[in-house]
Design a protein. Structure first.
Length: 68
């Protein structure tokens, strides 16, 4: 039961910390970063996305198998 509380804690506080960090970034800097991210998103081929998703799925599967 106790390890599950640690995961719930992370699910609550990490998004709050990210949202708080975004509020501290000045709007012009945030707009420039979003523009750059959109440019890079369109430059990445679909194969890259599929490879990245496969690697994450494999890492998650390994983590779950080691946890159980």
């Amino acid at each position: 039961m106790l390890p599950i509380l640690g995961f719930v804690d992370d699910l609550l506080f990490i998004p709050l910390a990210v949202a708080l960090a975004i509020r501290f970034v000045p709007p012009p800097v945030l707009a420039e970063c979003r523009t750059r991210a959109a440019e890079r998103l369109h430059a990445l081929p679909k194969v890259g996305w599929l490879t990245m998703a496969a690697v994450w799925a494999a890492v998650c599967a390994i983590g779950v198998s080691l946890y159980l």
